[in-house]
Design a binder for this molecule. Structure first.
Ligand code: GDP
Length: 469
């Protein structure tokens, strides 16, 4: 059976007009939309915090909570019960950790927030990168318990790496939830100590102090999440009269939305349903998309037609840049849809790259980078093998001036211009290098950021300068 393709409702110009109107208005239901990635060391309490927050905001009903608690007790992980609202699959439940990026949303008085949950397990940094590359803001959860904050921050801990990664991927706002303060008897000096420690690190990592907020909480007891009180908030109130977590979330700034840019939707997830149904999710990094549009899938020669668009758990007829959406596609064989591919209009194709230059910042590495260093290149939800083919120059980070041409090595903290070339992915068969969709940062900021990893460690982050082919 050949399905009748859905009709588009607006001609291109009219669609942009409608999008502009929506942009000028506050957003739907008078709420601005922002997306949030939750980061922090494993066991800091991310899932517990989000589960409890969703419950307090009425996004998780009592029945579901009790069902989760029962299931959780049966599995012998009683204290995890709050966490379940984000942990969808059985596999995750059995392992007691959050594995995938699940699109959920919550509503505060002035914001509609898409949650991109990021797992804290060390192996899952690639998922974290995928989540963060789609986010406007980060919620960093740290464990205030004696020794635990330190363990999460020092070498081997994920707090530091997450903070750097997320900033490198363009997220400039961060809320730090200092969690488990119940464990410290609500010790003010411990809270202050953690804030004083993190503040300069966040500044050095590129977060402006006006976009950095700290908030003392207990996820488990529900203190200072949606309301100041909670079960055990009295001691906290004796020394804290600042905002609750929800107050902070309610002030997050929405992204800039370039609706006039060419449409770019990097695919972060593919859901293959029964029969012919296929859906993809991702963030619109420019442009406007509507139901009925025919889109090109790059790399490749295929096109697909947009059947429906889901945004913030609602069916919408079109969506604009900066939105995280799930799109149902027809007129395409699902085998052609891959994580990391980019959807665009057939007349505004995204460039494909195998060789390009980038400006990178080298992270805290022990083995220096030299010409020929093999790396894993991360771009949105895709990672491919690549080689640092050429060290062009080291750059003064403050002025952007060239410090030294053709340096021999790059060491920690250095900023440099390098040439990267993709390597072949197949070990057998013809060694063709498959290009990836990429765009210079100067053309589209959201499409022009990359991360470099080596042996499971992030060694640098950068922006794409020029694509050579
Ligand atoms: P995640 O790995 O960051 O998602 O951490 P979880 O949400 O799974 O929490 C790790 C552990 O810390 C679980 O046993 C939670 O019950 C516990 N926990 C989380 N938040 C709190 C809190 O505010 N107070 C206390 N005492 N324990 C907490």
């Amino acid at each position: 059976i050949i399905e009748e393709p859905p009709k588009i409702s607006f001609a291109r110009e009219k669609l942009l007009e409608e999008a502009k109107k929506a942009l000028d208005a506050e957003g739907r239901n008078n709420k601005k939309n922002v997306s949030l990635v939750v980061i922090g060391h494993v066991d800091a309490g991310k899932s517990t915090l989000m589960g409890r927050l969703l419950y307090e905001l009425g996004r998780l009903d009592e029945k579901t909570r009790i069902a989760n608690e029962r299931g959780s007790n049966k599995a012998g992980k009683g204290s995890f019960s709050w966490a379940w609202s984000l942990d969808g699959t059985t596999e995750e439940r059995e392992r007691g950790i959050t594995m995938d990026i699940a699109l959920q949303s919550m509503v505060t008085p002035h914001r509609q927030i898409t949650i991109l949950d990021a797992p804290g397990h060390k192996d899952f940094i690639p998922n974290m990168i995928s989540g963060a590359s789609q986010a406007d803001c980060a919620l960093l959860v740290v464990d205030a318990t004696t020794g635990e904050f330190e363990a999460g921050f020092n070498r081997g801990g994920q707090t530091r790496e997450h903070i750097l990664l997320v900033r490198s991927l363009g997220v400039s706002q961060v809320i730090v939830a200092v969690n488990k303060l119940d464990q410290t008897n609500w010790d003010k000096s411990r809270y202050d100590e953690i804030c004083d420690f993190l503040r300069p690190f966040l500044t050095q990592s590129g977060y402006h102090s006006s976009k950095t907020k700290f908030v003392p909480v207990s996820a488990m007891q529900g203190v200072n999440l949606a309301t100041r009180e909670g079960d055990d908030g009295k001691v906290l109130r004796s020394w804290y009269d600042g905002p609750s977590l929800v107050d902070c979330l309610d002030q997050l700034e929405p992204p800039t939305r370039d609706i006039y840019a060419p449409l770019r939707i990097p695919i972060s997830n593919v859901f293959k349903g029964q029969g012919s149904g296929v859906a993809v999710s991702g963030r619109l990094c420019g442009g406007v998309v509507q139901v009925g549009d025919r889109l090109r899938v790059l790399p490749g020669d295929e096109t697909a037609i947009v059947k429906t668009i889901d945004f913030e758990e609602e069916n919408v007829s079109w969506a604009i840049a900066g939105s995280n959406v799930t799109i149902y596609l027809t007129a395409i064989d699902p085998v052609h849809l891959n994580i990391g591919s980019v959807l665009c209009y057939p007349n505004e194709l995204v460039p494909l790259a195998t060789i390009f230059t980038a400006r990178v910042i080298v992270f805290d590495i022990q083995i220096p980078i030299t010409t020929g260093t093999s790396v894993e290149l991360f771009h949105h939800s895709r990672d491919v093998p690549a080689t640092i083919a050429n060290l062009i120059a080291t750059i003064d980070r403050a002025t952007g001036d060239i410090v030294k041409k053709k340096p021999r090595v790059l060491t920690k903290g250095i900023s440099a211009e390098v040439q990267l070339s993709l390597r072949t992915t197949s070990l057998s068969g013809p060694s063709v290098v498959r290009p990836i969709p990429l765009e210079p940062f100067s053309v589209n900021k959201d499409m022009g950021r990359i991360l470099l990893r080596r042996g499971g460690e992030t060694i640098g982050a950068g922006i794409v300068l020029e694509i050579f082919g």
